[in-house]
Design a protein around this ligand. Structure first.
Ligand code: FAE
Length: 550
């Protein structure tokens, strides 16, 4: 067994001890204060100054979205002395609800759970034949299950973007895989400078392998490891931004529980270092970054006097527009996520608002080959009633079979005798966003059948494990009789790809002063969970942009 990143032959050098000893004073201080104030930290330390956008204002830089790409841009620009206004369509997530908690629980989703839906759309839609979804009040909740043609794309909504809802798995891809995905980027620079920078700023660390071996809440992962290894696959520990010291205290019962209580998907009330605790907190500390939450950018077009006119709708928590605002910005960074950025740019190009954008806009979109499945274990292989919601290991069969499978939790609170996996695969299919002039909607062409290569790749792992263990697939998790969760992705990527829709540093072709700096830059796959790559690429690009454009 090894305990280094699955594809970590770059030099981020993440180890648990190395992380704690080697992060330097800034991160050390943040990590310490995060631990000390964890129970109420999000409420006590709003990540960024609140300041509603005023119609008619002029801002030097406007950033659309507050996920990974947007947060990197804001921090680096602000540190370079440039005032930044961030516009985020989701909520600030800094105020506790009636239950005293900011985020609702995974097993009892309330209005805080979903973005403007009246019924939950849980990734696992059923269990033992019983449907799990339920009615909820329509609200600007934290998780968007966006239906795009043949696929449901899950995305975080709020200040912090995907970092609010994700599993925090912080994986650096193998260098050869990165070089194949983004061949025009200097991989040497990425692995010497920008991946280490991203890992340090995000606060990436590893579970203590000794603690892992005895922790009741990781019994499910140990079962996953045993089954993988008996079938001849390497099981690797996967780094995460969760505070592992806090996790150990949760398991010991000395602090309020979050991951150990099963929190994930609708936010973690403690322990997870989301962007609110890392990049955005440091951006706020510069005093130059302002965030307008519940504001949605609807248009960007060249302004008569230079720069860009940006149209923004202010939303209430029911999703209705309460004010329509217009501001001008010298520069605009598109950081609305792969889907958000693609939808905006495709519409702006098709409607003539940004006529200079090229024909690569909307293309090379992929879902990182995501596919889910469960296996039914024997009664002598229980996976545990208590399951930490933060995954910490996976099965690496990328080179031989095109799949890397996270051993994922099923935090139901009962013994399920099930092993559950999210596989990332080398699915070659790519979708494209187009504008439908009749409806005014941007549509994605994607077909569920395009997941078949992903299923075949995942089967290279699980058929063999099932054969070895004498077990079968679960067919009760995604609707009755369905083995594969092939209807969804957590990892949308592409739509405004680097060196195609933009130059080699994210400058959009045709409109000087417009940039893309999020997952839209990456053509459909990262071979691992994507946010470390999104962050590292943003660090690379913003450094170049600050040095050359400002
Ligand atoms: P993103 O973080 O999505 O941020 C975009 C932001 O822009 C959002 O806050 C939007 O609300 C906002 N926005 C969109 N449109 C507009 C608009 N018109 N006006 C204003 N604001 C707008 O983008 N990745 C990993 O690496 N490891 C994991 O363990 C992992 N687990 C995941 C689990 C779940 C359930 C989900 C949904 C995702 C997971 N991901 C994981 C994916 C990861 O969160 C995602 O790749 C990044 O968040 C994408 O970063 P971006 O900066 O591209």
């Amino acid at each position: 067994m090894s305990h280094h990143p699955p594809h970590g032959n770059g030099s981020p050098g993440i180890s648990r001890r190395g992380f704690i000893a080697g992060t330097g004073s800034l991160l050390g201080a943040v990590a310490l204060s995060a631990t000390a104030t964890a129970p109420a930290r999000a409420a006590a330390h709003p990540a960024t100054a609140a300041g509603p956008l005023v119609s008619g204002a002029h801002v030097p830089v406007l950033v659309i979205g507050t996920g990974y790409g947007g947060s990197v841009a804001a921090l680096r620009l602000a540190r370079a002395g440039v005032p930044v206004h961030m516009v985020e369509m989701g909520m600030a997530w800094d105020t506790p609800g009636p239950d005293g908690k900011i985020f609702c629980h995974t097993t009892s989703p309330d209005r805080r759970s979903y973005w403007l839906r009246t019924r939950t759309r849980q990734p696992l839609s059923s269990f033992l034949g019983f449907p799990l979804d339920k009615d909820i009040p329509r609200y600007t909740g934290i998780l968007d299950a966006e239906e795009l043609g043949g696929i449901t794309v899950y995305q975080g909504r709020g200040v912090g973007g995907g970092s609010l809802v994700n599993g925090g798995m912080a994986v650096t891809p193998r260098r050869s895989h990165f070089a194949a995905i983004l061949p025009t980027v200097d991989a040497g620079e990425m692995y010497a400078t920008y991946y280490p920078r991203a890992n340090a700023e995000l606060g990436v660390g590893l579970v203590d392998p000794d603690w892992f071996d005895s922790a009741a809440c990781y019994q499910y992962a140990r079962v996953g490891r045993r089954h993988a290894q008996r079938a001849g696959f390497p099981f690797v520990f996967v780094p995460d931004v969760y505070d592992w010291d806090y996790m150990e205290q949760e398991a010991a019962g000395t602090v309020p529980k979050s991951a150990v209580a099963g929190e994930i998907l609708y936010g973690n009330n403690h322990g997870k270092k989301s962007l609110q605790q890392t990049y955005l907190a440091r951006a706020a500390a510069t005093g130059r970054v302002t965030v307008s939450a519940l504001h949605r950018v609807t248009s960007v077009a060249p302004a008569p006097g230079g720069g860009y006119t940006v149209a923004v709708d202010q939303l209430d928590t029911g999703g209705a527009t309460t004010a329509a605002k217009t501001v001008t910005a010298d520069r605009v960074f598109f950081a609305a996520g792969s889907v958000g950025t693609s939808k905006l740019l495709v519409r702006l190009r098709a409607t003539g608002a940004l006529p200079g954008l090229n024909g690569e806009i909307g293309r090379h979109w992929g879902e990182n080959g995501n596919v889910m499945c469960g296996r039914a274990n024997h009664l002598w292989d229980p996976t545990g009633r208590v399951q930490a919601a933060i995954p910490c290991g996976g099965i690496d069969n990328w080179d031989a079979g095109g799949a890397f499978a996270e051993v994922a939790p099923l935090p139901t609170g009962i013994e399920t005798y099930a092993s559950f996996y999210l596989s990332i695969t080398r699915n070659p299919h790519r979708g494209r966003f187009t504008y439908n002039a009749a409806t005014g909607a941007v549509e994605l062409d994607w077909q569920r059948a395009w997941k078949q290569p992903s299923i075949d790749m995942a089967k290279t792992i699980f058929d063999r494990i099932n054969a070895k263990e004498g077990t079968i697939y679960r067919s009760d998790l995604f609707g009755v009789g369905r083995v594969w969760g092939d209807h969804l992705t957590y990892h949308p990527l592409g739509g405004a790809v680097l060196d195609k829709a933009t130059d080699n540093h994210g400058r959009l072709h045709g409109h000087p002063g417009l940039y893309v700096i999020d997952g839209a830059l990456i053509p459909g796959n990262t071979s691992v969970n994507p946010f470390v790559t999104i962050t590292a690429l943003a660090e690379r690009n913003i450094e170049h942009i600050i040095a050359n454009d400002l």
